[in-house]
Write a protein that binds this ligand. Structure first.
Ligand SMILES: N[C@@H](CCC(=O)N[C@@H](CS)C(=O)NCC(=O)O)C(=O)O
Length: 237
């Protein structure tokens, strides 16, 4: 049995981390038995979630999880795709993970209202006397990370402008198709669905979510993915 280490559902999402959601969608696509565990962060080998424990084999990072499932279980997540489609899918995935992600972090962690509605809850376990200091330090570290990436050197409005261009690109690739590479879900959907849902969640206010929800096909795509993989989070469920 595979154990997927997660943060646990929040922000009207199956997981606040799109990387965790991606790994869980891959596990669902694989058809393998798995369970989730929200108590693994302190033992995360790379200091981040997700990671899996597959009968004693620890695999950290959503990409390594995918490669592990492909190699160990001979799973083909994207049957029938051409090399060009695989390349487009890969480029979309990387755009979500290495660019759109930072706009999502910016929106949740550095906007005070969204921080209070969301990530602040992670600090409840910190002793009250230390909590303000720890909270300020972690938010400062996150600001430094976004700055280090480069996106954080822009104003909030410019960050959303960059992210909105990502979302438009996803919307344009999707077009009228139900899934990013056509009629059936493929590996790229595990990532793209996770990041679109994360950017779009109605839990947070602001222009990033509005930009995501301005594309009717992206809203339908998010709802389609929720219905298929996480029906308890689907509006129609
Ligand atoms: N490349 C990694 C990224 C994972 C990642 O960034 N996880 C974040 C949550 S979204 C995390 O665990 N952050 C905790 C930390 O950096 O302390 C993957 O694909 O799994």
């Amino acid at each position: 049995m595979i154990t997927l280490y997660t943060f646990g559902a929040s922000f009207r999402l199956p997981d606040p981390s799109p990387f965790v959601t991606k790994a869980e969608v891959l596990l669902k696509m694989s058809g393998l038995d798995y369970k989730t565990d929200t108590h693994g962060f302190n033992k995360a080998p790379k200091g981040k979630l997700p990671y899996i424990d597959d009968d004693g084999t620890i695999v950290a990072d959503s990409m390594h999880v995918r490669w592990h499932l492909e190699n160990k279980y001979n799973i083909e997540f994207s049957p029938g795709l051409t090399d060009q489609q695989r390349a487009i899918s890969w480029a979309l995935e990387r755009m979500c993970e290495e660019h759109l992600y930072w706009a999502i972090v910016n929106q949740r962690w550095l906007d005070d209202d969204n921080f209070n509605k969301g990530p602040r809850k992670y600090f409840r376990a910190v002793p009250a006397v230390l909590r303000p200091l720890v909270t300020v330090k972690v938010r400062r570290d996150i600001k430094r990370n976004i700055w280090g990436h480069g996106l954080g050197r822009h104003t909030d409005a410019e960050i959303v402008q960059h992210a909105a261009a990502d979302l438009k690109a996803i919307s344009d690739v999707l077009g009228e198709n139900p899934w990013v590479m056509g009629a059936n879900p493929t590996a790229g959907d595990a990532t793209v669905f996770a990041f679109v849902a994360g950017a779009m969640t109605e839990h947070f206010a602001g222009p990033l979510g509005e930009a995501a929800r301005s594309h009717a096909n992206l809203v339908a795509y998010r709802d389609r993915g929720m219905n298929l993989w996480f029906p308890s989070f689907a509006k129609t469920a």
